[in-house]
Design a binder for this molecule. Structure first.
Ligand code: URA
Ligand code: CA
Length: 433
């Protein structure tokens, strides 16, 4: 087989065979196919698209390109959740103990994040002593015992995706739906998921700005999952404003604890109930949405989800006392109120810009080498649709610097206030199952 023929076929809009796609992925991973041909292939795919079968082949070829986690020693259906990323998204920290308390095994592999705040792993590391450097054997045992464990990302998971993602970044081929969908799904499959619940975000703070684009991406991922025999469900949810109130690592752990107690923000709680229901159904633990929601609400009300969160932290070396006393988490030196200069209604909260404001405080990384400050961030006091008076607090900035002029001006600029009461954004746009 010659790569030039594969490129030409894709350029001319023809569908590629499994062998052709494997030839490309294997050759690019081992270096026998070079960047210039891979770049041409990516651009051809960008313009010519791929059908569901091709996307399935690409996904599996990338999933098979490196290590795969074998979770077969874990009893039950392993359901993973993936979010396409947003601002202040604390759902994983809540969902993991929530569905585990209902009996669905959660075997989570987690990495550090680039972006407004850290990834789930960074957030967990805000808890003193907590670590994810456990062996695969310990990981499996803990999931069987407790139903919940988190392990750090293996060094050689989906190397083909790593290489291709870096190449896409510099060849203007990141925003191609078949390439995004196969990239995300390959990682979930290599990490051992039997079933996958996708939270595809849409809005200002998301990768996919419109619900139509988000739905197209979601449909592709659901089709890939079904094509390769992994039950996949997608929820398209709002990211036109930050999720919940807290943006920042320790601040989001506190918000997760509040939500597990039943006293969290409405939007975050509802999204966790929607995603959690799909996870319980996919995991074979609930017969329908009503059954799932009542189980999830029960483990919140009776305290068992929070208790399990504490047991999980303790099992991985973390200080479980934070569950009862969240003030033990890192605290910033200064908590400074940002006050509204006008009276009216919140009409818009530019999630991405508010995320950047949190990142500039030190809550997130711009490059892989950056350190993050686990204590800092922003706690919103208002959401879209709320009324506000001049002089009233819009947000509290948690900073390790006394001076927050830049953060304050960003917040005042990107939280829009007008005289007309707007409609609150719809939290769930669509569910594909
Ligand atoms: N996230 C991924 O993992 N891959 C993409 O291609 C885009 C977003
Ligand atoms: Ca939040």
């Amino acid at each position: 087989m010659r790569m030039v023929d594969v490129i030409q076929k894709k350029r001319d809009g023809e569908a590629l065979s499994k062998e052709e796609i494997e030839f490309f992925v294997d050759g690019y991973t081992d270096g026998s196919i070079r960047d210039y041909q891979a770049s041409a292939f990516l651009m051809a795919t960008y313009f010519s698209d791929m059908n569901a079968e091709e996307q399935g082949y690409l996904t599996m070829a990338m999933a098979n390109s490196g290590d795969q986690i074998d979770l077969s020693a874990i009893e039950g259906i392993k359901v993973d959740k993936h979010s396409t990323g947003g601002v202040g998204d604390t759902t994983t920290l809540i969902l993991a103990p929530l569905v585990a308390a209902c009996g669905v095994p959660v075997a989570k592999m987690s990495g550090r994040g680039l972006g407004h705040t850290g990834g789930t792993l960074d957030k967990l590391e805000a808890i003193e002593g907590f670590h994810v450097e456990i062996t695969e054997k310990e990981f499996v045992k803990q999931v069987n015992d407790l139903k919940l464990a988190v392990i750090g990302q293996s060094g050689n998971l989906t190397p083909a995706d790593k290489k291709l993602y870096a190449l896409r970044d510099v060849t203007a081929t990141v925003d191609s739906i078949p390439l995004i969908a196969s990239s995300i799904m390959s990682k979930k499959i290599a990490a051992g998921a039997d079933a996958i619940v996708l939270d595809v975000k849409t809005g200002d703070g998301a990768f996919m700005k419109t619900p139509e684009d988000a739905e197209e991406l979601a449909r592709s991922m659901v089709a890939i999952g079904n094509e390769v025999g992994r039950h996949t469900i997608a929820v398209i949810s709002d990211m036109s404003q930050p999720l919940g109130f807290a943006i920042g690592n320790a601040l989001e752990v506190k918000e997760a604890i509040e939500t597990l107690k039943g006293t969290g923000p409405d939007d975050l709680t509802e999204l966790c109930l929607v995603l959690g229901s799909k996870m319980l159904i996919a995991g074979g633990k609930a017969k329908d949405t009503n059954d799932a929601r009542s189980q999830l609400k029960r483990v919140i009300e009776d305290g068992s989800a929070l208790e399990l969160f504490g047991q999980f932290l303790q099992a991985q070396g973390g200080n479980a006392d934070i569950v009862k006393n969240p003030d033990l988490l890192p605290n910033a030196a200064f908590q400074i109120e940002v006050k509204s200069t006008t009276t009216g209604f919140i009409t818009k909260m530019e999630a991405d810009e508010i995320g950047v404001a949190a990142m500039l405080l030190g809550a997130g990384r711009a490059t892989k080498e950056d350190d993050i400050d686990l204590a800092v961030g922003i706690v919103l006091k208002k959401k879209i649709g709320d009324s506000v008076k001049s002089g009233e607090t819009l947000a509290i900035v948690h900073s390790n610097q006394p001076e927050i002029v830049k953060t304050e001006s960003m917040l005042l600029k990107h939280i829009h206030i007008s005289q007309h009461k707007p409609k609150r954004p719809k939290l769930i746009h669509k569910i594909l199952d």
